[in-house]
Ligand binder design. Structure first.
Ligand code: F6R
Length: 263
């Protein structure tokens, strides 16, 4: 695992978008794993900007989102389908048939989950999985005690996740679904590369537990410590509780691979 600390949220977002863009340029048939949530909005703004200003081309990419709420139709303003349409898909040239999200309205949710895994395997697996972290340490909607080898499945949301996400439902807890389909921790760990973006002081405590604490299903993001190619990009606020932050800063300032991003 590699932790990169950037001075501000905007700089962290920019670096995450630059790394994604570099990978997409290198391999046009790129398979990109996507996340939703407030943290990702800036990344999608930056990718959209690169698409129009720098000709970043997604036309041959496939995308797979981590999760979708159960019982929320794709056309609902609260669905992750709609979030993705608004923040990314309507602004870049990803082919609609290649932009995949789980269907939270499927009559047989277990079959839908198996089908989703099948689709990912069919395109050769996810090249790069973009991730945020929840206040309870989740990646995707892998809430505490999710098996670290879990696959795509239905999962009940914790009170902490409900409280964090109710803002996307106009603050109305009655509108909030209680369950979601999510890629499993095991599914996420099979991505060839993982890129977790974490910003803001509200994530400082959980980030330190995920990155420097023990690997535990109580903090499913800690399973990323097992991944051979995982980069964690954070801003100074989120990095506040990291014990190794001087070392992480040294890596960014001195390792040749980061030279193009230091300016
Ligand atoms: C959603 C997802 C979640 C979020 C996490 C952080 O697709 O994968 O794990 O990344 O809940 O959300 P924000 O960025 O809103 O704090």
């Amino acid at each position: 695992m590699e932790v990169i600390i950037r001075p501000t949220k905007q700089a962290a977002i920019k670096l995450a978008a630059q790394l994604i863009a570099k990978s997409v340029r290198r391999k046009p048939h790129f398979v990109l794993g996507l996340a939703t949530g407030a943290t990702m909005e800036g990344v999608y703004d930056e990718l959209a900007r690169m698409h129009s200003a720098e000709k970043l081309d997604f036309s041959r990419c496939h995308t797979f989102n981590l999760d979708e709420y159960v019982g929320v139709p794709p056309e609902s303003p609260f669905s992750y389908h709609e979030y993705m349409r608004k923040h990314l898909f309507s602004r870049v040239n990803i082919h609609p048939l290649c932009a995949h999200l789980p269907n939270g309205m499927a009559p047989d949710l277990a079959a839908e989950c198996r089908h989703y895994e099948h689709l990912m395997r069919e395109v050769g697996g996810v090249d790069l999985q973009l991730l945020g972290i929840g206040r309870d340490g989740h990646i995707g909607f892998n809430e505490p005690l999710s098996a670290l080898r879990s696959r795509t499945r239905e999962k009940a949301l914790t009170p902490s996740t409900l409280a964090a996400n109710v803002k996307f439902f106009g603050g109305d807890m009655d509108k909030m679904p209680r369950r979601a389909i999510t890629m499993g921790v095991g599914t996420i760990l099979e991505a060839h590369n993982c890129l977790m973006l974490v910003t803001g002081d509200s994530k400082a405590d959980i980030l330190a537990r995920a990155v420097e604490g023990p690997i535990t299903s109580m903090v499913t993001a800690s399973a990323l410590q097992l991944h051979p190619h995982c980069q964690v990009i954070v801003d100074e606020e989120a990095a506040a509780n990291l014990q190794g932050k001087d070392y992480y800063r040294w890596i960014f300032e001195n390792e040749p691979e980061w030279a193009p991003y230091r300016a």
